[in-house]
Write a protein of this length. Structure first.
Length: 153
């Protein structure tokens, strides 16, 4: 199944969390399941915080990139456009809030996202991280369409 990230333009495919061209990164893959977006990711042993459990910064970065991908996909969906069509929607993180509800074990994790708001260039995404049936973290991301000047200095 094609993931949102498989359709990212090359110039935004280097992100540590979601870029398919970053060989050192997480390379997460996200897709729609109805009105939810889903990413599955299995942490490596080196993602440890306390032995047996995942590092919180990893969880935050998964929520971050799951949510920016969701933002892009939601904009395409709202406009009835294919994710390969131009101009491309590129989102960056304006804010990232994470609540760690329970320790997250080092096993397969499922992130489920919902779009709370689309307003102008802003998309607000809520994302919950599950280990099995247990919600271990919940995040809210304000994703904003990337300004043309982003990355230019
Ligand atoms: C297929 C391709 C996919 C491509 C996908 C690419 C994936 C890459 C994913 C990367 C994930 C990252 O790590 S990104 C890297 C980390 N993030 C960054 O470096 C971003 C740095 N910050 C910025 O460049 C800027 O502050 C922006 C772009 C976030 C916002 O600046 P701006 O463009 O001037 O936005 P502005 O007009 O002020 O605001 C627009 C709306 O967003 C809201 N807003 C702006 N900033 C915030 C904020 N921090 N917290 C809450 N809300 C905010 C405003 O209130 C407003 O809402 P309203 O008043 O209209 O309601």
């Amino acid at each position: 199944m094609d993931a949102f990230q498989d359709h990212y333009p090359e110039n935004v495919s280097h992100c540590y969390g979601c870029g398919s061209k970053n060989k050192h990164g997480h390379q997460i893959k996200t897709h729609w399941e109805g009105d939810e977006t889903v990413t599955r990711f299995t942490p490596e042993p080196y993602h440890t915080s306390v032995p047996g459990f995942a590092y919180g910064g990893l969880i935050a970065s998964l929520i971050d990139c799951h949510s920016t991908g969701t933002a892009a996909a939601a904009m395409y969906r709202q406009e009835g456009r294919d994710m390969d069509s131009l101009p491309a929607f590129r989102f960056v993180t304006g804010s990232l809030h994470v609540d760690f509800l329970k320790p997250t074990p080092l096993g397969e994790l499922t992130l489920r996202g919902t779009v709370k708001e689309i307003k102008g260039r802003k998309v607000v995404v809520e994302c919950t991280v599950f280990a099995g049936d247990v919600a271990t973290a919940r995040g809210e991301v304000v994703a904003v369409q990337m300004p043309e000047s982003f990355g230019q200095s």
